[in-house]
Design a protein. Structure first.
Length: 314
């Protein structure tokens, strides 16, 4: 896990008041009152940029600037505290009702400052964050770097749950995800030969797929599926001729912004020679589930495994 945090607890004194009254016989009546108070003092959590944020109390309001972090907040039970989210925050359903303050690229700093949240859960892809205006206004920004692995996702859940004072719930969520993935892997463990999958994340004429060192590759690995373009890295642009030449047995598209992407693939000139097209093995995979590094990664693994090895789930 990538979380580093320190917590300081101050525990109030436990006072007992005892009174005894003795009768002229040998009986004793004892009354005991106990009052225990526990108060959490300030605590510090270090974000992915190495910045240590000090919280005097658990945040009551939060703004989330990327859908995956919004999903984490809801999953750990802090969803009702979200007062600002992005245009693409659509899961769970309640997230769609939260005020929009960002398109996931550009955020409305003026409105966020007006909302005055106790913390902003921001994100970074390695470049400048642009959160200076928020920080200058006295708003704490906790930055999560874009996850590249499942371990990163577990770390994100752990960090955010610590910020929100819900460490136990965060651990519970992580355990549930890991159990789901283990159950899927058990179902596909008897696969004698991995099936080959071509994943299309951008359609023709500018086709992009996923390769090694990506979040999607880790999903395929956990589902015991071979990536057709696993010899490449990142999100490479490829040609139609390359796909035809490699002849995938299964095709999955995550493209959700074109009409009927499955039929579009089947209708491409020359693609009728591909095994996946001939055998009607072209499928749509929910892009939100398969692209967001959040608490639904177990669902992503299960979705891919069911698509490639449906017989294992009968």
């Amino acid at each position: 896990m990538k979380t580093t945090y320190f917590k300081y607890l101050s525990i109030g004194a436990l006072a007992f008041t005892l009174s005894a009254c003795q009768s002229e016989t040998t009986g004793t009546t004892e009354t005991e009152t106990a009052n225990e108070s526990e108060q959490q003092a300030s605590y510090a959590v270090t974000d992915d940029l190495g910045n240590e944020l000090i919280f005097e109390e658990v945040p009551a309001t939060v703004v989330s600037l990327i859908p995956s972090n919004t999903e984490i907040l809801y999953e750990i039970g802090a969803g009702e505290k979200i007062v600002g989210a992005t245009d693409y925050d659509n899961y769970p359903a309640e997230a769609a009702e939260v005020e929009r303050v960002s398109d996931s690229v550009v955020f409305n700093a003026e409105r966020i400052i007006e909302l005055d949240p106790d913390v902003v859960i921001g994100y970074s892809t390695g470049g400048p964050t642009g959160y200076e205006e928020l920080e200058a206004a006295g708003i704490q920004v906790f930055v999560i770097e874009s996850a590249e692995s499942f371990e990163d996702v577990y770390g994100d859940i752990e960090q955010i749950s610590t910020v929100m004072g819900l460490e136990d719930k965060g651990e519970e969520v992580i355990g549930s995800i890991q159990q789901q993935i283990e159950e899927v892997q058990e179902k596909v463990s008897d696969v004698e030969e991995k099936r080959q999958l071509y994943v299309e994340i951008s359609p023709s004429p500018e086709i992009y797929t996923t390769g090694q060192k990506t979040f999607q590759q880790e999903i395929l690995d956990h589902a015991n599926v071979e990536n057709l373009f696993g010899d490449l890295e990142g999100w490479p642009q490829i040609s139609e001729e390359e796909v035809i030449q490699r002849n995938p047995e299964i095709i999955a598209t995550t493209v959700s912004y074109t009409e009927n992407p499955v039929e579009e693939i089947k209708a491409r000139e020359g693609w009728n020679s591909i095994e996946a097209v001939q055998n009607d093995q072209v499928f749509f995979l929910d892009s939100d589930i398969t692209s967001r590094p959040g608490p639904r990664i177990g669902d992503a693994v299960e979705l891919v495994a069911k698509t490639v090895y449906p017989e294992a789930f009968k």
